[in-house]
Write a protein that binds this ligand. Structure first.
Ligand code: SF4
Length: 326
């Protein structure tokens, strides 16, 4: 999926268990910490990636500047290491799959690594947040119904042709909407990421409003959105694929933009302008709406959580905590 990346991948991270003050080393689960950005508003949670790399090959992907651009590969001895980590983490925090690689790449269809991961998490009643661009997630609704969970599907455009160029390995937008519809019909709470909004590509206000309407009509309750933030590698891929927009992006990002926490941001007024149609349409349709790493203030953040964690409270298996998700 790709909206976050945490550092320290080399050999696990350490976690202090406060009750007994013991230092433990986690191997595959990470406390979520996206670039240590002070603009991140995510609640405390863990992130988990059964796969490394991502076969969706989105041009704008942020993770590639940290881990390179390669197809999805299962992590070595993942399930064994996961079962060890699960005994060491706080059970009340949500586990998100995944923040810097999609948990449903095409090989998951037969490899079933994410499915086996969910089996393990559901049997221990962990709270799960799935973020994906693939309709394959609907295959696992049986497991997602067994434990408090929610699913956020990323949809950047309703335009198939544009989606094929921008996200060449990911399923088309209508498949993603279908996944929202089927999951929500079965009782799994769902929402969507409209992320990133890229000037000149998927920023038509009418189309964005239409997209919000489709998300709502297919069962979505929450939207999180964000403007495209440039890194040298993703900007170069985007410019190669859309040469006609190269000088436009150069002006907006390099000349007029602002460097924030390692990323080139558009100037604030332009970011507000791009996101406003999504905010207005979401509010008028009764959806909760938030922005991701924008820092635009409360008018651009009308939700209990940005990432969709709060949707878990609507899950039929969530008997505790109905009012508040930690
Ligand atoms: S789905 Fe796209 S943006 Fe997300 S990790 Fe994969 S390539 Fe990157």
């Amino acid at each position: 999926m790709g909206y976050g990346y945490e550092g320290g991948r080399s050999g696990g991270v350490h976690l202090i268990i406060p009750r007994c003050n013991i230092l433990v080393r986690l191997q595959v689960i990470r406390p979520f910490d996206p670039w240590r950005s002070p603009l991140c508003t995510c609640p405390r949670k863990y992130s988990l990636h059964p796969y490394t790399g991502c076969s969706h090959f989105c041009l704008y992907c942020y993770a590639t500047s940290y881990i390179g651009r390669r197809p999805s590969q299962p992590k070595k001895e993942f399930l064994r290491r996961l079962s060890r980590d699960l005994r060491r983490i706080k059970p009340e925090l949500v586990i998100e799959l995944s923040t810097s690689s999609d948990p449903y790449p095409p090989i998951e269809r037969w490899m079933l690594l994410t499915r086996k991961t969910l089996e393990m998490l559901a049997s221990m009643r962990f709270k799960i947040l799935i973020t994906s661009k693939s309709d394959l997630v609907k295959r696992d609704s049986d497991l997602l119904l067994r434990t408090p969970s929610a699913v956020m599907i990323t949809i950047t455009t309703l335009d198939n042709r544009l989606s094929r160029r921008l996200e060449p390995g990911a399923p088309p937008p209508e498949k993603r909407l279908e996944a929202l519809r089927e999951l929500s019909k079965k009782g799994v709470p769902v929402g969507a990421r409209i992320d990133p909004v890229i000037p000149g590509l998927n920023d038509d206000p009418y189309m964005l409003e239409k997209l919000v309407g489709k998300i709502r009509d297919n069962g979505g309750r929450h939207i999180v959105t964000s403007t495209y933030k440039a890194r040298p590698d993703n900007l170069s891929r985007m410019t190669q694929a859309f040469p006609e927009l190269g000088s436009y992006w150069y002006r907006l990002y390099v000349k007029e933009g602002k460097r924030l926490h390692g990323y080139l941001y558009l100037r604030e007024e332009l970011r507000k302008q791009l996101l406003k149609p999504i905010i207005k349409a979401s509010l008028s349709l009764g959806l909760t709406i938030a922005t991701c790493r924008e820092g635009l203030g409360p008018n651009y953040f009308r939700a209990p959580s940005c990432d969709g964690t709060h949707l878990i409270r609507y899950h039929p298996a969530n008997t505790e905590n109905r009012g508040e998700i930690k």
